[in-house]
Design a protein around this ligand. Sequence first.
Ligand SMILES: [Zn+2]
Ligand SMILES: [Zn+2]
Length: 499
Amino acid sequence: MAKLKQYVNLPQISLFVERGIALLDRLGPVHFKTKFKTDDPMLAKFRTVLVSEVSPYTEAEKKRNRWYKLREPIGVEISEGKEMVPGTTAQLPPSGGAVYKIEARAGDKTVESTDEIETWRRLFFQTFYMKHGSDPKKDVPNLKDTLDYYEKKLFVELLEVPEGVRTEIPYLENATADDLIRLVKPKYTVKDREPWVLALVFSNALPALNVIEIGVDVSGKVDLPGRMWGNAELVFELPEGKYAWWGFKPDDDAENGGKGIWLRGDGKLTADGKDFEIPKDSIKLDTSHSFRAGKGFNRLRITLPEKARNQNSIFGKNASFALRLLVADGFSGGFALRDENLLTVARTAWWRDTEKTETEKLQTLNHELGHKLGMVPKGGRHFGGRYELDAPDKLYGDVDLIYGPENPSQDVKDYVKRYDNSKGHRGAHCERGASAEKADGVWEWSGKPECTMFGANAIKGVSALQKFCEVCAKLVIRQNLDPAHSDAVLSFKSLLDSR
Ligand SMILES: [Zn+2]
Ligand SMILES: [Zn+2]
């Protein structure tokens, strides 16, 4: 008996009859075909029978989403001649690793198919990279083990298209999501496979541009020394991990006559209950003081107007400073765009001189791909969608402001305030093997993450895994991976249509 692979997430189009798929019949729903011994008209009925499955849908999941149930043809059909190809089909649930056999009943006789069907999923990716140095191995990590893992354990075939081709895009030291879309668009050649295809981009560094308000998001407390100690200038250092948006992109630095875009408006100093305006021109970035290799500027030098200076010659006094800044709030190891079919992994993790290992890159790739494949689902919880699988026991961060709606409703915002369980990370993640405690308003993680869907790539130097934990792996196996489906978890909207 042969076991035929049935690709439940692909449509019946000839483009997908390739690389191990020999017939249109192997795509999408199950089509029946019967041979009769005589050409007398016969009433026939077909049935798909589940033999085994790796990850069954729960009753709650089937109740929420009808696609998780096997949908059989109803009624009987009449044969004409010795061959019969009924118009009806069986729509299999979208999970992988489920084995079915076919039964046909005609007259009082039931016949079983000689072959069984096993459900599979297949998705495609085009690889892009920024050429960096002399060693091309550093540009694209070896993806073989990752692709094998998806195929052997998760019933997902991830195929590179065009096969074996890696497309170079211009090098950009620091890239944002918009930059990546702009660089990839002209070299993107896989539109015919949308929406089953992703752009996988190996980039250099991915700083995150953020707005912060000193005095609101971070403390603006300052000490004004007495005049004798020279108090015409106030030195203000941004807190750890935050750096003024300077030196990341030449275009940004060139704006405002070369002053850059990091400074947003005038500042304000409050002392003895009085406010003093600090004009923009009095605020400078100290580029003689930097973090690592001449990059990362976090010290501001502020010339205080005469009246804002501490008048006392000896004693200092407390004051507070307020200012709006654009900062680089750390670097991301990689990200998947929320809607568009683009996923990126960075070569460097934190500033440009910190090279990520191959293992770290693959961990990021798996994690971000996991998000794209609908991880971690929140079904049955407050913000879980009807189409989502049941949330696993170790889900945290289920108020999902990244992969959730773009403009969260008031309901969501209120919920975040009251029940936010994101524990310092953002988005829905898996905390198996790790635990978090809040100390002085900050979440402290400990333990060893056992799942690639942990919300960070490490806890104090202990790396998260490249693989899903057992529970999450079972979820990936039964996710609906047909992006054309209105209930699918994937958002593989064309990057060509965006921005
Ligand atoms: Zn994540
Ligand atoms: Zn997990």
